[in-house]
Write a protein that binds this ligand. Sequence first.
Ligand SMILES: *Cc1c(COP(=O)(O)O)cnc(C)c1O
Length: 448
Amino acid sequence: MEKQIFERPTITKLNPGVPSKHGVGTVIAPMPMVDGVKVDELLDKFGSPLYIISESTIRRNMDEIKRAFTVRYPKVQMAWSYKTNYLDAVCRIFLQEGSWAEVVSGFEYDKAIRNNVKGEHILFNGPGKSAAELEKAARDGAYIHIDHFDELFLLAGICQNKNIEARVAIRVNMDVGIYPKWDRFGFNYENGEAWDAINRIMANPKLKLMGLHTHIGTYIMTAEAYRIAATKLAELAYNIGNKFNHHISYIDMGGGFASRNTLRGAYLSADDTTPSFEEYAEVITSAIINSQIKPDKLPTIILETGRALIDDAGYIAGTVIANKRLSDGRRATIIDVGVNFLFTAFWYDHKIHPTIQHSGAVEETTIYGPLCMNIDVIRPSLMFPPMKQGDRLLITRTGAYNNTQWMQFIATRPNIVLIDKDRNAHIIRKAESVEDVANNEVIPKHLE
Ligand SMILES: *Cc1c(COP(=O)(O)O)cnc(C)c1O
C-alpha cells in the first residue's frame, strides 16, 4: 500500500450558533472570493450590487458535459441556449468552446449573428417566428425547428414564392412520464401528428428535413425521462429512413438538465439529488445506440443545455442595508439585491454566504430585497449569522436566466463583471444610467 502523505493538522474555530432542541444550527461558511478574487474588492471597485461570472466555471462545465457524451457516442454537438444567458461575452465563451447557438426569437437570432455565429450553426426554435425571420433564417442556411402546422405552411409558402430552400427539423412533444406534459410546443408523437408533419415535409421539395428536436421541460430531475424521449425520436428517425431512404443528420435532445440549485421548499439539497451529466448521457446515448438505426447512419446528438452549464458560474454580490425584527420576533435582513435582479429567487432557495466570518448566534432570518413590494423576498427563511449594515454577502448559482428575465423596476441594473482565468475582472455589461432607461422615451410636444 502506498504511504499517505503527511498533512499538518490545522485548528479551525467553529461558529455553530446556539444549540436548539434539534442540535446546533447550520454553519454558513463565509465565501470571501470568487475564482481567487476578493469579493469585497470587486464591490469597492464596481459598486454594489454586482453580478460576477466565472469564465473558468463555464469552461469546466463545458469540458464535463462534452466528455460525458463524447466517450459514449461518436457525434455530439452543443448549442448554447441564448435565453438562458445572452450576454455577448458569455455567448462568445460558449462559441469558443465549440457551441452552436440555440435561439427562440428574431432578437436572439440577430444577437447570435452579431456574435459571429454562422447561419448554418444556428438552431431557430420557438412558436413565434415571423415571415421575415423565417425567410432570413432560410437564406442563411439556419436550422428552422418548426413548431406547428401554421408555421410549416407559412414557411412552405415563403419558399415557394421566393424560390428558396429551407433546412428544417420539427419539434416533437411526447409523454415522457413527467406531468403536466409540455405539449404546447411542437407536434405530438403519440397521436401521429409528428409523423404527419414529417410526411408533409418529405413531400415538399423546398423543405429539407435535417433533424428531429425535442425539449421535454426544464430542471428535469429524472434522467429516465430523456431515455423515453430519445427512444421515441430514434424510432421516428428509423421510420423516416425506412420509408424515404432519407437519414436525418441529427437528433436534438433540447435542454432541461437540472442545475445544482435547490428548488424552494425541496426537502433534500440539490447537491444530493441532481443527476450528473454522466447519468443524462448514459440514458440518451444508450437509447439511440440501441435503436434500430444502422451504425453508419447514426445521427449527431445535439444538446441545448442551458441552466446546468451556467447556473454555478454566476454570483450576485451585495450589501446589507438594514436589520429589523418582524412582529413575531423573527429577524429580517434587508439587502440591496431584490427579485428584480434575482428573478430565480421565486423558485430557488439560493445559497447566501457572508464574505467574512461572522461570530454570534445563527438564527432564523428572512432576507428581503430593497423593493417596495411585498413579494421582494430573496430567502423566506434560513439560518443565518447576524450581519450588520454595510456587511457584504455573496449569492451563489445565479448564472441562469437572471440576466435575461431581470426586471427594470424602480432601479437601473448594476455592473456585470467576468473573472477570467488569470483573475482579471472585466466589465461585460456596464451599469445602466437614468439616461439609458429614459433615452427611448418620447415626450409629446404639449407635455414638454
Ligand atoms: C429554454 C430552452 C433550452 C434551455 O433549457 P435549460 O432548462 O436552461 O437547459 C433549450 N432548448 C429550448 C428549445 C428552450 O426553450
